[in-house]
Write a protein that binds this ligand. Structure first.
Ligand code: TYD
Length: 208
C-alpha cells in the first residue's frame, strides 16, 4: 500500500523510530512489513557481508554503489513489491536516499547518476514518505562509541565523511520537500515518535 523509508547517519535513532511506528501501525490493525538495507534476501545478505566487511578496504566507490544497488534490486523484487501488492505498508530502514547521500554525495559519484542507476534497477520504485533523522555528527560518534561493538567499513570512515553524509541528507530534504520529512534525532524517542505519527497521519491519511 504505502512505502515508508527511514534515513539518517548512524545512531540517529532511525531504527528505533521504525520499530515504534511499526508497533503503532500493528496496534491500529495496519498490515505491515519491516525490512532493512542492505540485505533482507539470501543474496542481499551475502552482498551485505561484502559491503560492510572491514577487510574490503580496496573497494572502489562504483563497486560499492553497484553492490548497494544490486542488494536493493533483490529486496525490491523479492520482498518489497510483493508486500505492497498484498496491500501492506512497507517500512524500510534505509533505501535509495542512502545511496544518493553516501555514494552520490559523500563518495562524490553524483546524485543524478546514482539516482538513474537506482531508478533503472528498481523499476522506479520511490518511497511515498521518507523520514530523515538529523543528528549532530559528534553526538553520533559519541553514541557509536557507547555502543561498544566494532565499527563496520562505512562507520570507520573519517569524521569528514560523516559530516558530508549529514549535510547531504539536508540537501536531499530541500530537494524533495514533498516526500522527505526531517526530524530531530536529538529529541527524546517519544517526542520524535509523536512527530513521525503526526506526519504519517497528515501525509498518508492514517489515524494512528
Ligand atoms: P547498517 O549496519 O545497516 O547500519 P545502520 O544502522 O547505520 O543502517 O549499515 C549500513 C551501512 O551502509 C551504513 O553505514 C550506511 C551504508 N549505506 C550506504 O553507504 N549506501 C546505501 O545505499 C545503504 C543502503 C547503506
Amino acid at each position: 500500500m504505502f512505502f515508508i523509508t527511514f534515513e539518517g547517519i548512524d545512531q540517529s535513532g532511525k531504527s528505533t523510530q521504525l520499530k515504534l511506528l511499526a508497533a503503532a501501525m500493528e496496534k491500529a490493525g495496519v498490515p505491515i512489513l519491516s525490512v532493512r538495507e542492505p540485505g533482507g534476501t539470501p543474496l542481499g545478505e551475502k552482498i551485505r557481508g561484502l559491503l560492510l566487511g572491514p577487510e574490503h578496504t580496496a573497494m572502489d566507490p562504483w563497486t560499492e554503489a553497484l553492490l548497494y544497488a544490486a542488494a536493493r534490486v533483490q529486496l525490491v523484487k523479492e520482498v518489497i513489491k510483493p508486500a505492497l501488492m498484498e496491500g501492506k505498508v512497507v517500512l524500510s530502514d534505509r533505501y535509495i536516499d542512502s545511496s544518493l547521500v553516501y555514494q552520490g554525495i559523500a563518495r562524490g559519484l553524483g546524485v543524478e547518476r546514482i539516482l538513474d542507476l537506482n531508478l533503472g534497477a528498481t523499476g522506479g520504485l520511490m518511497p511515498d514518505l521518507t523520514f530523515v533523522f538529523h543528528l549532530d555528527v559528534d553526538a553520533s560518534r559519541q553514541r557509536l562509541a557507547g555502543r561498544g561493538t566494532a565499527e563496520d567499513r562505512i562507520e570507520s570512515e573519517p569524521l569528514e565523511f560523516h559530516r558530508m553524509v549529514e549535510a547531504g541528507y539536508r540537501q536531499l530534504e530541500e530537494l524533495y520537500p514533498g516526500r522527505i520529512v526531517g526530524l530531530n534525532g536529538g529529541e527524546t524517542p517519544e517526542q520524535v515518535h509523536a512527530r513521525a505519527v503526526a506526519a504519517v497521519n497528515e501525509r498518508l491519511g492514517f489515524s494512528l
